[in-house]
Ligand binder design. Sequence first.
Ligand code: UT7
Length: 327
Amino acid sequence: MSKAAITGIHGYVPDYVLTNAELERMVDTNDEWITSRTGIKERRILKGEGLGSSHMGAKAVAGLLEKTNTKPEEVDLLICATTTPDYVFPCTANLICDMVGIRNIGSFDIQAACSGFLYALTIGTQFIEAGRYKKVIVVGADKMSAITNYTDRTTCILFGDGAGAVMLEPNDEGFGVLDSIIKSDGTGQHHLFQKAGGSRYPPTHETVEKRWHYVYQDGPSVFKFAVKNMADVSAEIMERNHLTGADVAWLVPHQANKRIIDATAHRMGIETDKVMININKYGNTTAATIPLCLFDYESQLKKGDNLVLAAFGGGFTWGAAYVKWAY
Ligand code: UT7
């Protein structure tokens, strides 16, 4: 059975830089608190009327097609992980395909909050392993600024906007996504969620006044679950693939909080210089954090490197993937 190898990666972040200094002028916060508690220095914000997550996803996919010399008509499937779709429907994957000229193939969204990219990667991998498709694009794109309350200091310092995309292709030489684990526990639903805008609480004047269309997060509770579950699932995937910390070239963690990342790396026995970090530049871009890390570190990756991807997010959802880098 062929494995699904990542054969290309591209990322996109918008130009506008929202710094900790600017946030200090918006809410009662300070650079020292944000930096020491989260590791974030700045994040990117998508400005411009009528631009949603698809705008950034399409930029990432267009760059990916160019880099991998792929014509739109060669793509077999596109999956987009997002928690901030442009519309309730149609899905953002359909819009991205339209923007980059991909027609007449299947495309759909996956919603698993900050674990969305790992979920979408796991799903995309199945189509390649089954022999059904030869080129699958997996995108993570989130415009978190659309659902962030910039009067709430506990959440507005965390999030940013961005997108990343990978190409998956069959590989028979032992490279690619060799294993993955995805998990969920819906009992965490009220610790991290957007209350209104779905079918349970459709938009009304009241839901807007109550600010139910923004991210709500009980930070300390989520922190505890995130530290435990991201570390547990990373250890689990290492154990079942007989990997020690020394075998892992890179940990590619979801970028929610530098302290959660450090705890996960410590549990895995991985030195800090083998951990991909860009939370300082982008904050938490939800489904885009992992592909944006791969994009930023692409030039440092070597064929055969063992990567462990790990994420935790709303739902709760979490998971890990073991990837042997293919180029
Ligand atoms: O990506 C999806 C999953 N999400 C996560 O994994 C996020 C998990 N949670 C976290 O990363 C952390 O809980 C936060 C970064 C959100 C918060 O850090 P914390 O160390 O858990 O802080 P806290 O919420 O316990 O707040 C500590 C203090 C409080 O003040 P008092 O009650 O001690 O006086 C807060 O009011 O810090 C205060 N505080 C702030 N102060 C300055 C909260 N936000 C801020 C702020 N600036 N922005």
